[in-house]
Design a protein around this ligand. Structure first.
Ligand code: SF4
Length: 272
């Protein structure tokens, strides 16, 4: 039985051919890692370091956090990491990471917010028979014991700020909320919290029981559609510029105009 992830579902919705390359043919992608994804990973790892220190009660300063990020960056940076925007170099992205962390530290120190886990794997059961399952990783999970409210925190390092309206319809963290309600007893509520680091801005959203139930049914229908699909046509869009399988895509290679669309800043890929 396949355990789905939000990125697997989103990949199918974006382009069935890309989904096939990635999840069925398991083709090696053209791009190992973009600089935006690398920056996102290093910032996520550093924020994880912060809260892991908090959980074990260790004292740390901003200098410790920045040193952790710098060491990680220097250890893992390599020349296979792709920098697509020619006007920027690696130093630009490194400096962005430093700025994100300084802003975050100054806004949230001394980090007293009942964090209980970082990078928490969550299993999401969509039906009572266990036929439809997803998994995901929550960047940070907070539990407020006094009211039994959980908070799912998600860090965004891209250059787009989503609106409250968009986040009130966001599917990924809402699915994680279903997983939290599956996993813990007597959950009063789950708050969904996004940190847009490039804007030093936090946005919170909530879901009703009915909205979560509707989401379960929507995702079950989508999984049924994926599992009954036998044709995987390409779906060209502005995201083709960032497709990691474009060298395998006949449509992309036969339509140069697809390459002329300005690229968006990609989101950090979800781990699976
Ligand atoms: S280049 Fe575009 S059309 Fe081709 S597989 Fe990738 S996303 Fe699909």
């Amino acid at each position: 039985m396949v355990i789905y992830s939000h990125s697997r579902l989103a990949s199918f919705e974006q382009c069935a051919l890309k989904f096939k390359f990635r999840y069925i043919d398991r083709i090696r992608p053209d791009i190992e890692e973009t600089i935006e994804a690398f920056l996102g990973h290093k910032v996520h790892e550093t924020l994880r370091f912060i809260y892991d220190q908090v959980i074990i009660g260790r004292i740390f300063q901003l200098d410790d956090v920045l040193r952790y990020f710098i060491d990680l960056w220097n250890k893992d940076f390599n020349n296979k990491i792709q920098i697509t925007k020619k006007e920027y170099n690696a130093e630009h992205y490194f400096n962005q990471g430093i700025k994100f962390l300084i802003d975050y530290f100054l806004k949230h120190s001394p980090f007293k917010d009942n964090t209980i886990a970082t990078e928490k794997r969550i299993i999401i059961n969509l039906d009572s028979e266990g036929k439809y399952k997803l998994q995901g990783y929550i960047d940070r999970l907070v539990h407020n014991k006094d009211n039994n409210i959980y908070e799912i925190h998600d860090y965004k390092t891209g250059g787009f700020l989503k609106s409250q309206e968009e986040l009130d319809k966001d599917r990924q963290l809402a699915l994680y909320a279903i997983g939290i309600k599956n996993s813990f007893d007597n959950v009063n509520d789950v708050h969904l919290v996004w940190h847009f680091l490039a804007f030093n801005k936090k946005i919170v959203s909530k879901r009703t029981e009915q909205e979560l139930e509707n989401l379960k049914q929507e995702i079950i229908r989508l999984i049924d559609k994926i599992e009954s699909t036998t044709e995987f046509p390409p779906t060209p869009s502005k995201l083709c510029k960032w497709c990691e399988f474009r060298s395998n895509c006949d449509l992309f290679n036969s339509q140069p105009s697809l390459t002329e669309v300005p690229p968006p800043v990609p989101e950090l890929p979800e781990e699976e």
